[in-house]
Design a protein around this ligand. Sequence first.
Ligand code: NAD
Length: 273
Amino acid sequence: MSEEIAFPKGELMKGKRGLIMGVANKNSIAWHIARQLHAQGATLAFTYANEALERRVRPLAQSVDAALIIECDVLDDASMEAAFAAVKDAWGELDFLVHAIAFTDKTALEGSFVENTTRQIFRDTMDVSAFSFVDAANRASHLMKPGGAMVTLTYLGSERTIPNYNVMGVAKAALEASMRYLARDLGPKGIRVNAISAGPIRTLAAAGISSGRHMFSFNRKASPLRDDTDPKGIAGAALYLLSDLGASCTGETHHVDAGFHIVGMPEEAALKE
Ligand code: NAD
């Protein structure tokens, strides 16, 4: 899918070096963002979560001339330490960070939130999907000069209830609040921190959500644009937020979802499958 998208070329990211965390395959949102940033002249480093994903991520990263391709499990302090040390050794500094990481147990992404959210699932989901951004932002900020920028990926399930999204919605609420506190702390250093709230995109992570097909068709029918969310729009928003175009914008959750988030009551047609 991503190969078909022609990302606008230019020089908005020329001279900027950034770390992309969260590519699993060519459908990953982080990969669309990486392609757009590369098309605008950025030099990129990538992390992959584990050995099994390396064989998918490495060729993609190489196709955009990645300077670094590093294993990094965000649940493992030593792995995070090593990844950011590798960036420091290679570049000494960092201009931007893309965080597109989330995970929960499949059993938590179906049915009842109250019945299916165990203590362990709650902790693990928060750890991977919210704390990892705080941790990565902290480490990245030590390598950033004024003008640095970070972006994370969130979803409307943080603000409204969405069937089966359950504990992940709670983690996304924590992620968005974390983003605002990070923006407050890092603002005086000239570092901007924002989130993109993306509409549904067909990725590995989305495949884990029960009744995903309904989610896609309802979003399409009920959104003001009557369309799916286009990965190009998400990548474009990331380009804006991470480049100097986004100057003065920090602490913002920017929705890129065909306008679905503004709908209080959908048209009648949207309710007929
Ligand atoms: P994806 O499956 O391609 O990406 C999720 C990434 O998280 C993978 O690269 C995976 O390796 C990584 N990850 C999970 N556990 C990890 C760990 N312990 N250490 C390191 N990495 C780990 O799916 P995606 O949809 O591109 O997801 C990227 C982000 O976008 C997520 O935060 C997701 O919640 C968010 N998002 C997705 C959608 C959607 O519809 N796909 C919508 C809004 C927001």
